[in-house]
Design a binder for this molecule. Structure first.
Ligand code: SAM
Length: 192
């Protein structure tokens, strides 16, 4: 079933996590005994289902602002029989205020807004918890010279992703590791 969701997402050009990235995330959840996860950017629920399937005591809250994708995710979560453990929120994540605390916040939404997502939700992170962000390489563009990137939009995104990387490096409340996996992943641990 999960393979069908993945295939359908790829056929419909819905961006989902790359294999290497999702395999890392799953091992990370297992190794660190992560139980409560907040995901920013559900798309059609592929990564939410993969994360919730790691163990029966995992709960995922995931936020999506695109209605068509959100509805597809609702359908997929139901089909995976995970409605009790995957809570989907249809809204712009920057308008969402939550009270619960999470072991892991996974940021995988608009790539130019990582700092805003980080700042909106870090109060929801448990002490010693992690914030993981995907696509820090943005399909290789982040490592290119800006002059060699034709698209103005992509140049803008690259500037914002680089700014986010600097933000993480300078943020002394967190210890951040940058991994060359998938499309580039950061793991920021909130210091105790
Ligand atoms: N995590 C998903 C997976 O691997 O299966 C893929 C998520 S996809 C890369 C990013 C999603 O974030 C898109 O579906 C997009 O509509 C959503 N998104 C972008 N900005 C958002 C925002 N401000 N609030 C909520 N969702 C947002």
């Amino acid at each position: 079933m999960i393979e069908e969701i993945k295939k359908s997402a790829l056929n419909n050009k819905v961006p989902i996590m790359k294999d290497e990235g999702i395999e890392f995330l799953i091992s990370f959840i297992k190794e660190n005994k992560i139980k409560d996860i907040l995901e920013i950017g559900t798309a059609v629920g592929y990564s939410a289902i993969r994360m919730a399937s790691v163990s029966k005591d995992i709960k995922v809250t995931s936020i999506e602002r695109d209605q068509e994708r959100y509805l597809e995710a609702v359908k997929n979560i139901k089909q995976a029989k995970l409605e009790d453990r995957v809570d989907l929120i249809f809204n712009d994540a920057l308008n969402v205020k939550l009270n619960s605390k999470f072991d892991l916040i996974f940021i995988d939404a608009a790539k130019g807004k990582n700092i805003e997502f980080f700042e909106n939700f870090e109060k929801n992170l448990k002490s010693g918890g992690y914030i993981i962000t995907d696509n820090l390489k943005f399909h290789g563009y982040v490592d290119m010279n800006l002059e060699d990137i034709e698209s103005r939009n992509i140049r803008g995104l690259v500037r914002k992703i680089r700014k986010y990387v600097e933000f993480l490096k300078e943020n002394k409340k967190y210890q951040t590791e940058f991994l060359e996996l998938g499309d580039g992943i950061s793991v920021s641990k909130l210091k105790d």
